[in-house]
Write a protein that binds this ligand. Sequence first.
Ligand SMILES: [Zn+2]
Length: 466
Amino acid sequence: MLSSKIDSMKNDIVVAIQGCLRIPSVGGDPVEGAPYGAGPRRSLDWTLAFAEKMGFRTKNVDNVAGWAEMGEGPEMVAVLGHLDVVPEGDGWSVDPWGGELKDGMLYGRGVIDNKGPVMIALFAAKAVFDSGMKLKRRVRVIFGTNEERGSKCMKRYVEAGEELPVAGFTPDAEYPIINAEKGILTYTLSMPFTPSGGMRVLSLSGGVASNVVMAEVRAEVAIPDPECGRRIADAATAWKGPEGGSVKVDWDGSGDRVTVVAKGRPAHGSTPEKGVNALACLSDFMSGLRLRDEQGDFFRAFSRLVGFETDGRSLGIAMGDEVSGPLTACVGVVGLNAGRVRFTLNIRYPVTVSEDAVTGPLLRALAEGGVSVDGAESAAPLFVPPESRLVKALQKAYSDVTGEEAGLLAIGGGTYAKSMPNVVAFGPVFPGQSYRVHEEDERWAVDDIMKNAHIMARAIVELAGE
Ligand SMILES: [Zn+2]
C-alpha cells in the first residue's frame, strides 16, 4: 500500500523538484527580509507554499528556515535538509537552473544537494499519512537556507525555541548511516610580520576557504639588489618539496622585487592528507632565504609547528580513535593585515575525545611558538551509538528497501545532524555513486530519487510509528 502510493507519486515528485531547482538559491549578502540573500529566501517561500498546498502545517522561522508538519501526538520526528546551493560554476552541458530531465536523469544545481531530498521528504511523509498508517508521532520536514555557508539557519531554528525532534535524519551525505562526525575547530592564528632589512615580504596571500587545503600562495618580495634576486631564483630552481608541491620565482632580472608563487594540491578540509599545503612549500623555501626578524621568524615557526603535517604532531595534538580515525589539521587561507600574518587552521578531532583534550596542548604549543589566536569557532563531535533506537530504525528502513546491510560510517564532520540532538546523516547517495555534488552537471537518476522516496517513507514509519 505505502509502496504503491509512492510509486504513483513519481511524476509529481519529479515536477516538484524541477520547480524547486528553477529558483537560483545561491547564498549571498543580506537584503531586507532575506538574511542570506534573495535567492535562498525565495526558495524558502516557494517550498513553504508548496508544502501548504500538499496539506502540511507550515511555518517560516525568521526568514532563514522553515518547517512543514503533518500528524498528531506529543512527540515529533524530523527530516532535515537545505534549500541553499553552492554557485553553479562553469562547464555545464545544460542550464543549471532549468531542471532538465534527460535520459532518466534530472539535472540542476542542488538536485541532490539538497533540494531533491527536501522535496522527496515532503512526498514520503505525505504518502505515509495518505496510506492511513497509524503513527504516534508528528512528522516534520525542516529546511534551512544557510547550510553551505555555515548552517546558521539551524542555529537560529534552535535559538528561536522551535521544537526539537525526538529522532530524525538529514539526507545530505550518503548511505548507509553516518553515526559519527568528528568535532571541528577552526582557528584564525597570527604572528607579527613587520618587514625589516633589504629583502622583505611586501604582500602574501593564498587559499580560498578555511575548509580547503591551500593550493596556491603568492608572496611579493622586495630585493635590495639584483644579486639577491638571482639568489632567490636559483634557490627556487634547486628547491625540492613533496610530490605535488612546487615553488616558482617570477623576476625579470632587473626590477627591485620578485614574486614567489608556491603551489600545492587542494583537498577537502576533512581529508587534508590528500592535499599538499602551499604555505608549507612557501615556508620551507623562505626559511632558507635568511629573511630577518619577524618575517623570518614566522616562516621558521610555521615550518616547525605545522609545515606539511596534517595530523597535528608537532602541535602536540596527534590522536585518533577506532570509531572515527585520526585527528586532521588543514591550513586554508593566509594573508597580511596591519603588520601581522594571519592564517587559518581547521582541525577535525575524533568523536570520543573532548574539545579540551585538543585545545589544551594546542594552545600551549601555539603560545610557546609565539602564535596568537585571533579567532576560534567550534562544533562538537557527533556520535550516536550503533545500538541506539535511531540507528536501528534507519538500518531496518534501508535494508527493507535495498536488501542490503546498512553499515555505519564516520566522517570528518559538518552536516545538519550536528545542529540538534538525536539526528544522524542518512543518504541520499548510495555507496559507490557519484553525482557531481558541488561540480558542473549535478544530476540525479530518477530511479535513485524514487529509491530514496521509498527509504525515507520506511524510515518515517519506523521513527514515528509504534
Ligand atoms: Zn548539502
